[in-house]
Each structure stands twice: as structure tokens, then as C-alpha cells.
Write a protein that binds this ligand. Structure first.
Ligand code: AMP
Length: 404
């Protein structure tokens, strides 16, 4: 039995599966496996797919996208009408997961026969599954192409195609195989493509192989408001504290300092107090009353600085905050964006400064990719900047030689 994995309430929508247009037998299976309400990607994709339209779903692993494509297939394909569905996945694990979910429809008049064609396993059981006449093939591109070229699988009856985690398939170098498979499919078909990101290569794939697709975009928001000035201070690890103190002295106004752990918040607060700054802190070990006091104190100007951890700062909305200082680099792009959003509330502008050392290089790169821009490198008086070394071709060649 396929069991549900989404626990948190905020991951599902207020819609019901019935309101998406699913039929009673499919609804019965959903209730049996314990899916009570659709996730956002399911609520977005299912009605479009049931209407027979092409759809691009932009969502992460874990968003419930398997059901978003399996449900319309279970609804539109019937047992014994020949091979009409194809699901292409980048990995064996994803293929097996999609197949397992399809098999939950293995009772009553919704029984669908599947063949799972994945690499790294023996051919005979796959040939046997193909001989039994599947309604749907779930496959990784390489092995499917092998079967097609050996003429053990024919794709000329496919009416519904799913490209699952398309960006991941391209990252793994499957584009040539995908092109060869798609060129063999009937033109007249429905295509559903899922991807966590939308690089140019994915838009091109959609343009080439899909007809007027509707997009359901549930990517996490990685935009930083235009009114926020972003700065990066690259320093030696031992100079981070000096940089923080210099930044606080350099600019007037209310400051929110982000650190990673509760311990770091206690430490940073103490250091700032020792320098004579009026400062408060909020973190997971502080009582609700202490947090409320710390926040209202900042709002009313009783202290100028608030030190916070990410969790404690969720949803903080204090218009007076002019400067956010990331004393510790956030650990995800979403955290960076969320921290940045604590300033420039309403129409006001604001500044976000990131203090980072060479140990943070990889995370800075991810943040810059996520927000789609390079953070301007800045310096503060009295703190020497850490110089980034450009990767030269000769340097890369040296590394390559060492790895050989
Ligand atoms: P997926 O993103 O398709 O890999 O799904 C992630 C996990 O969420 C899987 O364990 C699913 O069983 C579960 N799941 C998907 N949709 C729902 C839903 N509507 N209600 C509860 N769990 C779900």
C-alpha cells in the first residue's frame, strides 16, 4: 500500500479532491491511502490535465507532484486499451515511486497495468512486463530507448506523456535520449512536464514538444524587493566581529543582526553590550514575554539593535528596521530572502549586509544564483577585505592534474 507522507497542514490546500473534477472511484482510492486534501501542485495541475491540456508544473521534490500527474492518468486511461501512457523519470527511485502510486489504483475498474523500464536491472522481467501489455510505461530514458531500439517496446500509441523532474534529467545528460524518444511519439498527445527550475533548456524543451502549455509555478519566492540595497563584506573569519562593530558604527538607525544559533545570539548580544550598544535578543529559548518586549523595545527606540535567529524572526514586521546584518550567512536562499524581507517594510528602503568569510563561498554562490544577481562586494574602514581568487584555466588544469 502506498502511504501518504505529507504531514504538515500548511502543505495542503483548502480545496477538496472532488472539486478538482476527479471521479468517485479515484476519490475512493485517495481516501483509502489517506490523502485528505490536495497539495498546491495537485490543485493547480489536476484540473488543467483533466481538461486535456499540456501543463508545465514548476515544483520541488516532496511537493506531491507524483499524484499531480498520476491522478489525471488514472482518470483518463483505462485498463486493456493498449499502451497509452508514458512517464519518464531521471532516476530509478522516482520511477519506482511513480509506479508504486499507479499501483494503488490496482483494484476495481481503475486497474492499470504498468511496466517499469529502468537501468541497472535485468531485461527478462521487463520483457515479461511488456509482453503482458501494459497500459503505462514508467521508465528512465536510457533503458526505454534500448527497448525501443530493440523493438521490444513501441511508443506509437502514447496519448499521455509525463516528463518528471525534467531539469534533473537534463543535468544527468539525458537530452539526446529524450529527443530521440520524443521524436518517436505521436504528435497528437498530452504532455505534462515537471521541473524544479526553469532554465532556458527547459523552456526550449517545452517550446519544441508541447502545445500551448499552461504553467503552474510553485517555485519558492527568491525575489528581494527593489528598494533593498544588498552588500557583501568578505573578510577573514577572525575579522567578522570587527566588521560587525564597524558596520553598526558606520550607519545610524535600527539594526537586526542575524546569527545561526541561540548560543551565537547570546554571544553577539554580549559583545555589542560590551561596546556600549543598547541591544536585545530573540531566540528559541526566550519566553514569549521576553520576545514581545524585545520587539516592542526596538519599535519604540529603547534599544537600537536586535540580535535574532532565523526561527525567532519568522514574520517579524517592524517598519523601523533600516539595516539587516547577516553575521552568519543564511543556510538557504529562502532564508536569505526572508531575512532581507525584514527591512524595507511598506514603502521604506533598507540595506542588507552579509558578512562572510572564505568558508561561506559555496553558500554565497548559491544565494547569488537563487536571487539572480551578484552581490556587490563592499569594504568597511579598518577591516581588510578577503580577496577572492579567480579560478583561472591554468588553475583548473592544475586541480584536474592533481585529481587524475
Ligand atoms: P512527491 O512530491 O510526489 O514525491 O510526494 C511527497 C510525499 O507526499 C509522498 O510521500 C506522498 O505520499 C505525499 N503526498 C502527496 N500528496 C499528498 C496529499 N495530498 N496528502 C497527503 N500526502 C501527500
Amino acid at each position: 500500500m502506498f502511504t501518504g507522507g505529507i504531514q504538515q497542514n500548511d502543505l495542503v490546500t483548502d480545496a477538496t479532491f472532488a472539486s478538482l473534477g476527479l471521479s468517485a472511484p479515484v476519490l475512493a482510492v485517495l481516501s483509502e491511502i489517506g490523502f485528505e486534501r490536495p497539495t498546491p501542485i495537485q490543485a493547480g495541475v489536476v484540473p488543467i490535465a483533466l481538461a486535456g491540456r499540456d501543463v508545465v508544473g514548476l515544483a520541488q521534490t516532496g511537493s506531491g507532484k507524483t499524484a499531480a500527474f498520476v491522478l489525471p492518468m488514472a482518470e483518463r486511461l483505462y485498463e486493456g486499451e493498449g499502451l497509452r501512457g508514458l512517464i519518464l523519470c531521471p532516476t530509478r527511485e522516482l520511477a519506482l515511486q511513480a509506479e508504486a502510486f499507479l499501483q494503488s489504483f490496482g483494484t476495481g475498474d481503475r486497474k492499470l497495468r504498468t511496466a517499469c523500464l529502468i537501468g541497472g536491472v535485468k531485461y527478462p522481467p521487463q520483457l515479461e512486463a511488456l509482453r503482458r501489455g501494459p497500459d503505462i510505461i514508467v521508465a528512465t530514458p536510457g533503458r526505454l530507448l534500448d527497448h525501443v531500439e530493440r523493438r521490444t517496446a513501441r511508443l506509437d500509441g502514447i496519448e499521455m506523456l509525463v516528463l518528471d523532474e525534467a531539469d534533473h534529467m537534463l543535468d544527468l545528460g539525458f537530452l539526446p535520449q529524450i529527443n530521440r524518444i520524443l521524436d518517436r511519439l505521436p504528435q497528437e498527445r498530452q504532455t505534462m512536464m515537471f521541473s524544479a527550475t526553469m532554465p532556458l533548456s527547459i523552456s526550449r524543451l517545452a517550446q519544441l514538444y508541447m502545445q500551448d502549455p499552461e504553467t503552474v509555478d510553485l517555485r519558492p519566492d527568491t525575489r528581494v524587493a527593489d528598494g533593498i540595497e544588498q552588500r557583501l563584506y568578505l573578510v577573514e573569519p577572525d575579522d567578522k566581529k570587527k566588521c560587525l562593530l564597524a558596520l553598526i558604527d558606520e550607519e545610524p538607525g535600527a539594526v537586526l543582526v542575524f546569527v545561526r544559533r541561540k548560543l551565537d545570539a547570546d554571544w553577539a548580544c554580549r559583545q555589542l553590550e560590551l561596546q556600549g550598544h543598547p541591544v536585545e535578543k530573540i531566540h528559541g529559548d526566550r519566553s514569549q514575554r521576553e520576545r514581545v518586549q524585545a520587539l516592542s523595545g526596538l519599535r519604540q527606540g529603547e534599544h537600537r539593535i536586535l540580535v535574532a535567529t532565523d526561527i525567532a524572526a519568522r514574520g517579524i514586521d517592524i517598519p523601523v528596521i533600516e539595516h539587516i546584518i547577516n553575521y552568519d550567512v543564511p543556510q538557504t536562499v529562502e532564508d536569505y530572502v526572508h531575512r532581507a524581507g525584514r527591512t524595507a517594510r511598506g514603502a521604506a528602503g533598507g540595506t542588507v549586509s552579509c558578512i562572510a568569510s572564505w568558508t561561506d563561498t559555496e553558500m554565497i554562490k548559491q544565494i547569488e544564483q537563487g536571487i539572480g544577481r551578484r552581490l556587490p562586494r563592499c569594504e568597511v574602514d579598518g577591516v581588510p577585505a578577503y580577496r577572492e581568487r579567480k579560478k583561472t584555466i591554468r588553475g583548473r588544469e592544475r586541480v584536474r592534474r592533481r585529481l587524475r
